[in-house]
Design a protein around this ligand. Structure first.
Ligand code: ZN
Length: 254
C-alpha cells in the first residue's frame, strides 16, 4: 500500500463529557487515545464524533479513510440512517471497519451482520482471558497464546452474530462465561473485525496488548481497492455473439 494507512477513529464522545470517571480516564476521549497509539504506529489517524456535522463522516472523509474504527454505546439511535448507508457502501467498496466493544449494538454493525447482535453482560470488574486461537493471522502478530485484562465488563454467549469467517479470539470470564471476542467477516470488498474489550470506565485502551490488536487489525483491514458495487450494469459481450433462439424442446404443456 502506497503511503500511510489512513484511519478515522469514530466515537460517540458523550460519556467522556457527561461522566467524570470517564473524563478522568480519557481526557482526550477514547477516540483521542486510540488515534494517539495508531499515530505512534505510523498511521495517519483522525477522529470523528457523533456531535460533529454528519457525525464527522462526510463523503470526503470516508473517501479518504482506509479503516474506520467504531465505538458507540448509549446513543446508537442518534446515528442518522443516511450516514449508516454511506458507511455500509464504503465498506462494500473496500474500506475496513473495526467495531469495538458496545459497538456490537451499533446500526452499522447490525446492518452488516443482519442479526440482532445481542449478548449477555455484567459489570463487576472481572478479569478477562483472551485466547489467541488464530496465531497465524495478521491480527494476532506479536501476541502470545493468550493475554489477560485485569478488569473488564463481562460479555457472554450467545452472541447473536452470523458465523464469523474467521474466529481470532475466545474470551473466558471468572463467572463461567465464554465469548467470541475477536471475529472477522468479509463484506463485499471490505473487511470487518469485531473486538470485544473497551468498556469506558476501565483503562482498556491503554493496555499494550489491546493496542497491539487494534494496530494489527487496522493494518490488516486497510482498504486495498475501491470498487463501487452498487450498480448491476447491462454488459456487452467481449466476443462476438449472435442472438440465440429459445429451446422449447423440453417444455411439456398440459
Ligand atoms: Zn461497556
Amino acid at each position: 500500500m502506497a503511503g500511510k494507512i489512513r484511519v478515522t477513529v469514530w466515537n460517540e464522545g458523550r460519556h467522556e463529557q457527561r461522566k467524570e470517571a470517564v473524563k478522568a480516564l480519557y481526557p482526550k476521549g477514547m477516540h483521542g487515545t486510540i488515534a494517539g497509539f495508531l499515530s505512534q504506529a505510523g498511521m495517519e489517524a483522525r477522529t470523528a464524533t457523533l456531535d460533529d456535522p454528519e457525525h464527522g463522516l462526510s463523503e470526503k472523509v470516508l473517501a479518504e479513510t482506509d479503516v474506520l474504527t467504531w465505538w458507540g454505546h448509549g446513543y446508537h439511535h442518534e446515528v442518522a440512517d443516511a450516514i449508516v448507508d454511506r458507511v455500509q457502501q464504503r465498506v462494500l467498496q473496500g474500506m475496513g471497519l473495526i467495531v469495538l466493544h458496545s459497538g456490537h449494538y451499533s446500526k452499522i454493525f447490525k446492518r452488516l451482520m443482519g442479526t440482532n447482535c445481542s449478548l449477555k453482560w455484567r459489570e463487576a470488574g472481572e478479569k478477562e482471558r483472551l485466547w489467541n486461537i488464530k496465531p497465524s493471522h495478521p491480527i494476532t502478530e506479536g501476541l502470545g497464546e493468550y493475554f489477560e485484562l485485569p478488569n473488564t465488563e463481562m460479555y457472554g454467549e450467545r452472541f447473536d452474530i452470523p458465523e464469523p469467517d474467521e474466529l481470532i479470539f475466545i474470551s473466558w470470564f471468572p463467572g463461567g462465561e465464554v465469548f467470541r471476542s475477536g471475529c472477522v467477516w468479509y463484506r463485499g470488498n471490505g473487511k470487518v473485525f469485531y473486538f470485544r474489550p473497551g468498556h469506558e470506565t476501565y483503562p482498556i485502551y491503554y493496555h499494550p496488548d489491546v493496542q497491539k490488536v487494534i494496530t494489527n487489525a487496522a493494518r490488516w483491514a486497510a482498504a486495498r481497492v475501491t470498487i463501487d458495487t452498487s450498480k448491476a450494469p447491462k454488459y456487452a459481450p467481449l466476443e462476438p455473439i449472435s442472438p440465440k433462439p429459445v429451446d422449447m424442446s423440453f417444455v411439456k404443456k398440459d
